[in-house]
Design a protein around this ligand. Sequence first.
Ligand code: FRU
Length: 473
Amino acid sequence: NIFTPQWRPKAHFTPEQNWMNDPNGLVYYNGKYHLFYQYNPHGNDWGNMNWGHATSTDLVNWHHHPVAVEMSPKGLGYIYSGSAVVDYDNTSGLQTGEHPPLVALFTHTEANTEVQRQSLAYSLDGGDSWQQYANNPVIENPGIVDFRDPKVSWHPASSQWIMALTAGHSIEFYASKNLFDWAHISSFGEDDGSHQGEWECPDLFELTTETGIKKWVLLVSLVPGGPNGGSGTQYFIGDFDGVQFKAEHQDVRWLDYGPDNYAGVTWDGRQTIDNRRTLIAWMSNWTYAEDMPTFPWRGAMCLPRDLSLTQIDGNFYVTNLPAKEVLDSSQIVSEVTASDKVLSLPLSQKSALDIQLSCEITQSDKLYIRMFNDAGETVELKYLPQRQKLVVDRSQAGWSYKLWRTPRLEAKTFIDSGKVNARLVLDTSSLEVFWQQGSTTMTICLLPTQPFNRIEISSDNTGDKKISLAEIK
Ligand code: FRU
C-alpha cells in the first residue's frame, strides 16, 4: 500500500483512514448535519461494518467523531445501512432532557447466521453519543434473505412514521406510531422500474415544484444494472397516501448517470427548517470499489446536493445541484468570455473547483469540454444535442484505465435548446457534471497522476462562450 495524498479530495468527505461505503443515518439537528457511514475501522476493505460518524455545519468542512453504532460479534453482528430521524414530538418516549431523541434504525447481520434484522439506536444529547436499544431487534426477519436498509420519515398526513426497506427486488413499507412497533402496510416495485440488479437503500419523500405541485419520490439503488454498469440509483415519481406508493411513469429514471453515485439518501430534519431535500451518496461503484488504489482511506462521498422537482416537456423529473451551502462557500477566482471556437482557462489547484460554463450551440453542432494536465492526461466530455446525449471518456484520465470496466460513459440529456449551462465540480479525484440546471448529472471518479491544470471548451460555431472558475472553501 502506497500513501496517495494527491487523490484525497478537498471538498468531499472521506474518512481519515480505512474503508467507507454508504451514507447512513443522515439527520440535521441544531444547526449540524450528521453523516454516519458504513465503515470498517480495522482495514481498507469492506468488513467489520460499523457506523462511522462525522458532522458539519456547512456541508463542506467535516469533523470526525468516534464510531457511533458499533458492531459486536456476540451481539448484533455487523451494522449495515439505515437512517435516523429527529423525534421532535417524543413519540418514542425516550426523551430525558432538553433535546428531542434522535433515533436511528438500521439493519444488522449476526456473524454466524447472516440473517438480516432491523434494530434501533438513539441519542439523547442531540447526536453526540449513541446507545443501542436493549430489546433489539424491532423488526424480525420474515424469511427473506435480503431484507435491509430501513429509511424512516414522519408522514404528517397520517401522523405516523413510515419505513421503506428493500427485500431483494421490492420495497416493503412499514408504519409505526412510536418507532419501536412496526406494522407491514404495503409492497412496491415487483413490476416497476429496472430489475437488472438487486434493490438496496430506498428513500421516500415529497418534493414540490416551483409552481407548487407536489409529488412523492421513491429512490431505489440497484446493483448491478446501473446506467453505465454496476451500481446506480433509479427513482420513481408518484403518489404515497400513507399506505401505498404508486408510480406515475413506466420508464426508468436515473438520479445520476455517472458510474460513481450510489446508495444516495436524504437528510431528515432539514425540511422542518426550510423545506429543502439534501442528498449525499457514496462516490464509488461496487464493480471496482475494492480495487480503488487510494490509501490510507478508500471511499468518498459525492457533494451534498439539493433535489428539486422539475417539469420538462410535461413530465416530472428530479434534478439535482450542489447544496446551497456548497455554492455559498465558493468564490469566483477567474473568468473568461469570448465568441471563439475554442476557449480555455488555467485551473488553479489549491481548492476544489466549481466550474461554470455557458455557451451557445446549434442543434447540429458538437460541444467538447476537455481538461488536461502536464502528464498528457485528459478527460473529455462531448455533448451531442441532436442525439440528446452527453458522452464522457475517462480512459485517458490517468491511472484509471487499469480499473474502469466502462471508460466511455453516456448520459441522456433533457433540455437541448440553443444554450448550454453546465456546472462541473473537479476535486482531485472526481468530476461531477451538473448539466442544464442539474437535469442530467454524472458523478465520475478519476485518478490522474498529476492535477488537471487547464480546461478548454470548443465547438464549430463562434457563438458566445463563457467559463467562470470558483474555489470551494
Ligand atoms: C449497499 C449495501 C447495503 C448494505 C450495505 C452493507 O451498498 O450493500 O445494502 O446495507 O451496503 O455495507
